[in-house]
Design a protein around this ligand. Sequence first.
Ligand code: HEC
Ligand code: HEC
Length: 406
Amino acid sequence: MKSACTTTTTRLLPLALAITLCSCATRGSSEAVALAKEVEEGSASATLEEGQHIFRYDTFGNETLWTDTLRLHEVVNDKMQPVEALALGLKVDMDKLDKSKFIKNNPLSAGGTRELLRQDAVVGLKATFDENGDIATLGVTCALCHSTVDNAMVPGIGHRLDGWPNRDLDAGAIIAMSPALTDEQKAVYKSWGKGRYDARYNQDKQNGPVVIPPAYGLQGVERITVTGDGDQIAYWNRYAGVTQMGGHGTFTEPRTGVSVTNGTDDRISSKLPALQAYQLSLPAPPAPSEKFNESAAQRGKVLFEGQAGCSNCHSGATFTDAGSRLHAPSEVVSEPEAAGVPSYASRSATKQYRTSPLRGVWQHPPYFHNGSAATLEAVVSTYNTRKSLGLTASEVNDVAEYLKSL
Ligand code: HEC
Ligand code: HEC
């Protein structure tokens, strides 16, 4: 999201000044914020409240991976300054900040990341401290990749937006800081870039990251992941929690041969129902009306449902036929992958692709699983060329305007 704040000046200013300069917030997030508030105030159901807590703060015991094996706590403790943390795409939850402390001490000074962690304000990271005040353990939560903030204070610092993909996050660069990896592994992690992550690389050793998807707008979507590997969100949450985050528990999938058990205690299974309920409660953010042209969008809708044939696959309230079928890579315009990149579908359990749900699609460029289309105009142009739809340039634009309105 582009914010009205100017990144260059505010990021380096002492925070007190920055607050007075900038009190802007991201638009289009009101529903998600309202729900999060309900959960916080306890007016949402107990299950949602529990699910929100797990989504934001539960590490499932994955300190075993991030601390004992990867030793990232040493890197964060000794080397990572807040400006660097923000540059890597880590986000700060302003509602957790002890503002009086912040205004006195410049939080962007040395040691500031440790202080932010002590206040439990770094989205998706959880730390504990030893008696010297150094980081003793570090773990990660779902929010690391699937939440961002609305930049209400300064870019990178604001109110949480759960379910919004963190497309600024350079997860690969963060992991590559681990002193425990080989040079070859580091090179792969560093190749991913912001907003991308390969949730299969540590299992199949192939390198082809995908863009981090939203975890909102999934109510009524009957297959999960871009390749439709599971019927339920919980299927993939178990996969991510165990095989990617290193949480304690078990994931087994005969179709891919992945079978991982961490620890002797299961700290995931009992949490999956509430975690799933919380994600299903997160609505896709409504399209801000100033972001698209209404009459072009209306013309685009007619094309989407007619000449362009989009609704043959993007059908129903969630704009996907995932409930009844998946699609062979040969039908899908984002294939073949770029030279040297293995087909993502070939690495999955289904070997096919799910038609992407489109609610809230305005919010999360770039598009397609591999991020090969930078904008919605580029998406429609790709379809127009690859599927020989015969749309004129202004018709391509109309369909893109319609997509921006969903
Ligand atoms: C390191 C980043 C990272 C973390 C941490 C992470 N995910 Fe994901 N998540 C991804 C990526 C990348 C994908 C896309 C994988 C695919 O579709 O093949 C994904 C896919 C998903 C999807 C599927 C969305 C869809 O459209 O079907 C959901 C839901 C989800 N994650 C929720 C979670 C939850 C809940 C957790 C915590 C248990 C979690 N993720 C942890 C990166 C992450
Ligand atoms: C044959 C079925 C099919 C048809 C027809 C189709 N799509 Fe898709 N669409 C898909 C699949 C499958 C994907 C996922 C591809 C990927 O992730 O790489 C997708 C992805 C997309 C995305 C990316 C969403 C995201 O989150 O990145 C957009 C936007 C989109 N389609 C719009 C359209 C438009 C507009 C049309 C008509 C011009 C259209 N689609 C026609 C199946 C279809």
